[in-house]
Design a protein around this ligand. Sequence first.
Ligand SMILES: *Cc1c(COP(=O)(O)O)cnc(C)c1O
Length: 369
Amino acid sequence: MMKVRIPISQPSLSQVEMKYVVSALKSSWISSTGEFIPKFETKFAETFGARYAITTNNGTSALHLALLALGVGPGDEVIIPALTFVASSNSILYTGAKPVFVDVDPKTWMLDPQQIPNKITSRTRAIMPVHLYGYPAPMDQIRKLAKKFHLNIIEDAAEAHGAKYNGKYVGTLGDLGCFSFYGNKIITTGEGGMITTNSKKLRNKIMLLKNHGMSPQKKYWHSIVGYNYRMTNLQAAVGLAQLTKFHTFLKKREKIGTWYRQALRQVSCIILPPENNDITIGVNWLFTVLFKDGNGKTRTGLMRFLQTKGIDSRPVFYPLNQFPMYKTKEQFPVSAYISQRGITLPTYPDLSLRDISFITNMIAAYVNL
Ligand SMILES: *Cc1c(COP(=O)(O)O)cnc(C)c1O
């Protein structure tokens, strides 16, 4: 196999991470107690404008805890987009509740608010919008519906640290916001997650659930079945270091998005992802375009061609209803359309204009082959 010269993603790590991790190691606090955990949580909450931020061991457990904290369980239904990473939906299944899929809007690629009311039943408890590929979901419409039908909102912001909706960070617009710090996410801790909320009650419930259900007042007293979903001090050290560079990361990603758009706008067969506007500002998590097959050119062909040039790319997620555990009779045509045509291109802060020019020139070369 040929070595990938431009990977799809790569974390930006430097001296700051090194310094903090060494300091955590030297302190001998390497498990889930230690100074970096509260520091990371406080700084994250401050950065995002949330009252509380709670670390977790990954983004999936963050979603699971958020659902549990709201009391979502067997017999309940939660509305989510049909097009998202499987973890969004799995977290709902873990609680015993049922994920109810809604198709996405072709203009935004996000949960289509107009299709939500049809899906609401007496069992619906919550809506889980996903800010897919770093673009904000239409939160005003979703919040209106949640209010009207008395539903909670859990934002899956795993791919969208720093994306803004109406001037506010996504992840702070619902009852609870969930973030992932997996290696390819906008901020990483290797594995890790965070939940943001303004509710003290929800925060306390999450703290209890993530730590074996152990009473904060009475050591080794457990009144509920909890989980071990804690982040380690070592991971929090990496996270705190990453946060010091958060705005630099966002600026670089903005540039990369601009370079991709400028170069690909003229290329036939390519449809660009949703644009920023007055209300929504995306963060180019993984820059993703649609490729319209034609003249013997296909998405698979493009991906193979790029691979021969040492450029990694990925297909977009499959709609969830295509997986055996989520099979539905209902089809989700827009999700299927985006999934069939979507191709994700290398996106990470350390890419240069030269790298992007090389990638986009190779895309144009394939189209004109
Ligand atoms: C990455 C991701 C998750 C899960 O995060 P992990 O940290 O990998 O558990 C959940 N939802 C979406 C949309 C994601 O992209």
